[in-house]
Design a protein around this ligand. Structure first.
Ligand code: NAD
Length: 479
């Protein structure tokens, strides 16, 4: 499946120098999709040399020219959406419609950052001495090492690549080995759009070894990860050695507060659709459901009905809405969380096992647990799978305290018809992003990111490009 790809270094595809490779599995039936190279230390040195050599010319390439290349990359990538989405669906198991939607969102990142490239404004102040002027400008921070998770294999790399290129940085990306193809299509599109060779490089292989090699190199000035809090903390510690700028987009465990004045049926149906998208493997997935006691039963019934109606199958099959999980590890974690919650008194309302007729592949049914105690592991560990825990609440302050009780702070959601409740709750939630009566919050034009263990820095919106820039102050004595 990957014959035309490989390591993308200095504008060319090639195998690893020592010929090593690793397999990529189809999560729907556990067969081998293909092999991708394992970059050796020499390959990584070549990528570093390419990123260093081109950093000098790319940073002084006029913003209008960088913008035009990003715009053409969006056009080239759009032309590849169907083929790339098919590869993505095979690797991740996600329904083909979701894969196409994600590819289009990746295209939008290039489109958005084509504009942002031309809108990096510095500022000037008059000095205290009338003979001086104080200028503040923004420089690209330098070569970037970026690492991305498998759950959104096109969007996550696109957020980093588009912002880095817009800011004038060169970049080496290591996509997830489970889902490498989307990054290959992005590299192909950028090359066709006229991006100079060596500005973008894509490597695959042993994650820990690659991170150590790249982050340990003085060439790399910025580290950007989308992944788990565990790996985020490891990469932050490594980055601290060289005082490298960081962006960390890490795990989440988003609370959903359904207040007494919300429509329990509409909220329950919307929550089922959002929760089970990508089999629950979404960092901003609504994942802890606190429902007011007075509407709890109606909400739970609506959510269960919507979950049971989802069509399960291979991502590429027509009409499928819910595919397998990406690997056995994720499926087994979901099962363990369900077992733990039930042992502590939760009720299984639907799901809780592999669906009938799927003996192979990493399938796990859309699962809803009722009356889940706060002590259950699923109330404080990121489930990252198709398991929704429900619990009732009575009081505003109580539910805010319970919602804020986890180390994560990525997204939070609430349903209410009261303006006062909506404003007070969205201000009180300790998260980076809030959806009020809306669970679809991600877009190219908003600053995506979290607080607490969910990370630091923002991607997209007006703020994202600044994660790839360093302010420089210049004092001018003019007389
Ligand atoms: P992960 O942390 O295991 O992997 C992320 C990346 O880090 C991959 O490229 C992986 O190969 C690499 N990696 C893994 N182990 C490493 C190590 N020891 N040293 C260096 N690099 C290493 O995460 P995952 O399982 O691929 O993805 C799921 C996690 O990502 C979840 O926690 C999810 O919430 C999070 N996520 C966050 C966002 C966000 O924007 N905040 C978006 C998507 C996913």
């Amino acid at each position: 499946m990957y014959e035309r790809f490989g390591l993308w270094i200095q504008g060319a595809w090639r195998p690893a120098r020592d010929g090593r490779s690793q397999v990529v599995l189809d999560p729907a039936d556990e067969t081998v999709l293909g092999e991708v190279p394992c970059a050796s230390a020499e390959d990584l040195d070549d990528a570093l040399a390419a990123a260093a050599q081109t950093a000098r010319s790319w940073r002084v390439t006029p913003a209008w020219e960088r913008s035009a290349i990003l715009r053409r990359t969006a056009v080239e990538l759009r032309a590849r959406v169907d083929e790339a989405a098919e590869f993505m669906s095979r690797e991740t198991g996600k329904p083909i419609a979701e894969a196409r939607g994600e590819m289009n969102a990746a295209v939008e990142q290039f489109d958005w950052h084509a504009d942002e490239a031309r809108r990096v404004f510095g500022h000037t102040l008059d000095g205290r001495d009338p003979n001086t002027r104080l200028n503040v400008r923004y420089d690209p921070v330098g070569p970037v090492a970026a690492f991305t998770a498998w759950n959104f294999p096109a969007l996550l790399p696109a957020r980093k690549i588009a912002a880095a290129l817009a800011a004038g940085c060169t970049i080496i990306l290591k996509p997830s080995e489970e889902t490498p193809s989307s990054a290959y299509f992005i590299a192909e599109a950028a090359h066709a759009a006229g991006l100079p060779a060596g500005v973008l490089n894509v490597v695959t292989g042993d994650p820990a070894g690659i991170a150590q090699h790249l982050i340990g190199s003085p060439i790399i000035r910025k580290v950007s990860l989308t992944g788990s809090a565990r790996v985020g903390k490891t990469l932050m510690r490594m980055s601290a050695e060289g005082m490298k700028k960081i962006t960390m987009e890490l795990g989440g465990h988003a609370p959903v507060l359904v207040f007494a004045d919300a429509d329990p049926i509409a909220a329950g149906e919307a929550c089922a659709r959002a929760k089970f998208r990508n089999a629950g493997q979404v960092c901003i997935s609504p994942s802890r459901f606190y429902v007011h006691r007075s509407i709890y039963e109606a909400f739970a019934a609506a959510m269960v009905q919507a979950a049971q109606a989802l069509r399960i199958g291979r991502g590429l099959d027509t009409g499928v809405e819910f595919g397998p999980m990406v690997n056995a590890r994720g499926r087994d974690r979901a099962a363990a969380l369900v077992e733990d919650a039930c042992a502590r008194g939760a009720h299984l309302l639907t799901g809780g096992k592999a669906p009938a007729g799927f003996a192979r592949g990493f399938f796990y049914e859309p699962t809803i647990l009722g009356s889940v105690p706060d002590s259950a592991r699923i109330m404080h560990e990121e489930p990252f799978g198709p398991v929704a825990p429900l619990t009732a609440f009575s009081d505003f302050d109580e539910v805010i305290a319970r919602a804020n009780s986890v180390p994560f702070g990525l997204a939070g959601y609430l349903f209410s018809r009261s303006l006062e409740t909506a404003i007070r709750a969205s201000e009180a939630l300790e998260v980076g992003m809030v959806g009020v009566n809306d669970l679809l919050i991600a877009a190219a034009e908003i600053p995506f990111g979290g607080i607490k263990d969910s990370g630091t820095g923002r991607e997209g919106g007006r703020l994202g490009i600044f994660d790839y820039l360093a302010p420089k102050y210049v004092k001018l004595r003019i007389a």
